[in-house]
Write a protein that binds this ligand. Structure first.
Ligand code: BLA
Length: 518
C-alpha cells in the first residue's frame, strides 16, 4: 500500500549510515585525542593485534602500542589530512603476534585522529600511483564515448580482479542504468538494466559525494563494535570517511540477494553531483588492498574530469546552436516593420532557439504553429494549464513555466496523450497574458529493462514494519508513458534569453505590435 511504501522509503532514507559505531573486520581502528595521543576508542578486534581487550587499550598512550617511527609518521599524516578528508597511507610497519606488515590510514574527525590499520596485501609491490598511471594511460586516447565507458569497466576489472565491473549512471529521477560492463564469461550480463532510485537512498548518495570509494571485502562479516561506541557527550562517532566503516545491513541483504560476496564502488562526481558509480561485484570474498584502492580512487577522479569535460562540451554546443538561431531571429526582427507579426512567421527559428519538437504562438485567440504541436483542443488544454499555474509577467509571477509530465497539463485521463506530446515549456510575452510562446516535447517512449520490480523495492511484512530490498532481480520490460525528456536549467536559460531579446525587439514603441506591453 502507498502509505506503507512511503513510510518504508522514509525509513530507508533516514538510516544514519555514518553512525554504525562499528567497523568491518578487514582492519582495526584506534582513535586518539591529539596532541596527547591518548587512545579514546578502539575497535574490539584490536585485542588480536595488541593482546589486550579493547577496553584496556582505551586510556593508553599510543606510544605504548606502536613504535616511535610509526607514531611520528601518524602525527605527520594527521597534520596533512584536513578534517573530514579521506584517510591516506601514512606508514607501514610490523605489528601483532606474527609481525605482519600493516598500513595505516589517518584522518581527523570529531576532534580525534583516526588510525585505520589494515594488512598491506599482495599487490603492495606496485604502488597506487603506478597502478593508476597504467589505468589512465590506457584511456587517454579513447575518444569514442561508448568505448571510453567500456574501457573504464575493463581497466578496473583488470586491476582489481572483480568478477563484474559496471559503469552505473544516474538518471534525472535518481534511478540508474548499467551503461558499460566487464564481466567473467559465465555471469549473466547486467548491461542495459535499470535499477530504481531507492536502491541507493539519498543519504548514501550524499555521503558518496564526499567519500569517493567504498569496499565490502566480505558481505558475511560480523560487525566489530567500537569501544566505547560513543563520544563522551553521547554522540555517535562520525565514520563518514572511515574506509572500514560497517555498512548498512539493508544493503548487505541486497548484495546477498544478488549473489554478491564482495563489492566495491567508486564515485563519479561531475559538477558536485553524483553522476554515477563504478560498481564492482565478486562471487567470493575479495580484499582490495590500500594501494589498489588508492589507484582506483585516483582513476575515479580522472574519469570524473573526463566526463565533466565532455558534458561541458555537449552543453556548450547545444547552447551555441540555440544562440545562433536566436541571433538570426533577432536580425530578422530588427529589419521587420512589425516585429511581432514577423515573429509569428519565424517560428522555425524560435523552435531552434529553445530546442523542442514544435512551437505554438498564442496571440489573443489566434494560434500560429510549427513542428509537432497538439490539436486545437490540446492547445486549449495548454492554455488552461497556463492559467492554473498563474504564470505571467510582473507581480512576482514566473514568466517561464515548464513540465515534462503530461498529467500536469492535459486532461486526457491517466496521463496519456494521443499525439505523443508530453512536455511543454511556456514563455509569457506580455503582462496581460494574451501572448505566449509554447514549446512542446515528445513523450520519451522508453523501453526500460528494470532489474526486479521497481514498484516493489521493499518487502513489508504483515505489521508493515520490515523494510528490506527486493529479492527478485529478473528483468522485465516496461514502457513509460506520459513523460518527456525533462527540461533542464539550460533550456530555462535559453528560454529566458529568448524572452529578453523579444522584449527588447518587439517591445513598446514598435508601431502595430500587440507585444508592445511586454
Ligand atoms: C548502498 N546500493 C548501495 C550502493 C550501491 C547500491 C552500489 C553503494 C555501496 C556499495 O558500494 O556496495 C546499489 N549496487 C547497487 C545497484 C547496483 C549495484 C543499483 O551493483 C546495480 C548493478 N537498498 C535497497 C533498498 C534500500 C537500500 C530498498 O535496495 C533501503 C531500504 C539501502 N543501499 C541502501 C543503503 C546503502 C546502499 C542504506 C548505503 C550502504 C552504506 O554505505 O552503508
Amino acid at each position: 500500500d502507498v502509505a506503507g511504501y512511503e513510510q518504508a522509503l522514509a525509513q530507508c532514507a533516514s538510516e544514519p549510515i555514518q553512525h554504525s559505531a562499528s567497523i568491518q573486520p578487514a582492519g582495526y581502528l584506534l582513535s586518539c585525542s591529539a596532541p596527547d595521543w591518548i587512545v579514546r576508542h578502539a575497535s574490539a578486534n584490536c585485542e588480536q593485534l595488541f593482546g589486550e581487550p579493547a577496553a584496556q587499550l582505551v586510556g593508553l598512550d599510543l606510544s605504548q602500542l606502536l613504535d616511535d617511527a610509526m607514531v611520528e609518521a601518524i602525527a605527520n599524516a594527521a597534520v596533512d589530512s584536513g578534517v573530514g578528508h579521506r584517510p591516506f597511507g601514512a606508514a607501514a610497519g610490523n605489528l601483532g603476534p606474527h609481525a605482519e606488515i600493516f598500513e595505516f590510514g589517518v584522518h581527523r574527525e570529531d576532534d580525534l585522529v583516526h588510525i585505520e590499520i589494515e594488512p598491506q596485501g599482495l599487490r603492495a609491490k606496485t604502488g597506487a600511483s603506478d597502478l593508476s598511471q597504467q589505468m589512465i594511460a590506457r584511456l587517454v586516447n579513447v575518444e569514442d564515448e561508448a568505448e571510453f565507458h567500456r574501457a573504464i569497466a575493463e581497466q578496473v576489472r583488470l586491476v582489481t580482479g572483480f568478477d563484474r565491473v559496471m559503469l552505473y549512471r544516474f538518471l534525472h529521477d535518481d534511478s540508474g542504468e548499467v551503461i558499460a560492463e566487464a564481466r567473467a564469461g559465465d555471469l549473466d550480463p547486467y548491461l542495459g538494466l535499470r535499477f530504481p532510485g531507492s536502491d541507493i537512498p539519498p543519504q548514501a548518495r550524499a555521503l558518496y559525494l564526499r567519500n569517493r570509494i567504498r569496499v565490502i571485502p566480505d558481505v558475511g562479516y560480523a560487525p566489530v563494535p567500537l569501544v566505547p561506541p560513543t563520544l563522551p557527550d553521547g554522540r555517535p562517532l562520525d565514520l563518514s570517511q572511515h574506509a572500514l566503516r560497517s555498512v548498512s545491513p539493508v544493503h548487505i541483504a541486497y548484495l546477498k540477494n544478488m549473489g554478491v560476496a564482495a563489492s566495491m564502488s567508486i564515485s563519479i562526481v561531475v559538477d558536485d553531483r553524483l553522476w554515477g558509480l563504478i560498481a564492482c561485484h565478486h562471487r567470493t570474498p575479495r580484499a582490495v588492498p590500500p594501494a589498489v584502492r588508492g589507484a582506483a580512487d585516483l582513476f575515479g577522479m580522472f574519469v570524473s574530469m573526463r566526463i565533466a569535460a565532455r558534458e561541458l562540451q555537449l552543453t556548450m554546443a547545444y547552447e551555441e546552436q540555440a544562440s545562433a538561431a536566436r541571433d538570426h531571429l533577432e536580425t530578422k526582427l530588427v529589419h521587420a516593420r512589425m516585429p511581432s507579426l514577423a515573429l509569428s512567421t519565424e517560428l522555425t527559428l524560435v523552435q531552434r532557439a529553445v530546442p523542442s519538437d514544435g512551437v505554438a504562438m498564442l496571440r489573443g485567440d489566434d494560434w500560429n504553429t510549427t513542428g509537432r504541436v497538439p490539436s486545437r483542443a490540446g492547445l486549449d488544454e495548454a492554455r488552461d494549464w497556463l492559467r492554473r499555474t498563474g504564470a505571467g509577467i510582473g507581480n512576482g509571477r514566473d514568466a517561464i513555466v515548464m513540465t515534462g509530465d503530461v498529467a500536469d497539463w492535459r486532461l486526457g485521463g491517466e496521463g496519456r496523450c494521443d499525439d505523443g506530446l508530453a512536455g511543454v515549456l511556456a514563455v509569457a510575452l506580455d503582462s496581460t497574458c494574451a501572448e505566449w510562446l509554447l514549446f512542446f516535447r515528445r513523450e520519451q517512449l522508453e523501453d526500460v529493462r528494470w532489474a526486479g520490480r521497481p514498484d516493489a523495492p521493499f518487502q513489508i511484512d504483515a505489521t508493515g514494519a520490515k523494510v528490506g530490498p527486493r529479492t527478485s532481480f529478473a528483468s522485465w520490460r516496461e514502457t513509460s508513458v506520459g513523460h518527456a525528456r525533462p527540461w533542464t536549467d539550460t533550456d530555462r536559460r535559453l528560454a529566458e534569453r529568448l524572452r529578453l531579446m523579444l522584449k527588447h525587439r518587439c517591445g513598446a514603441g514598435n508601431a502595430g505590435t500587440s507585444v508592445g506591453s511586454l
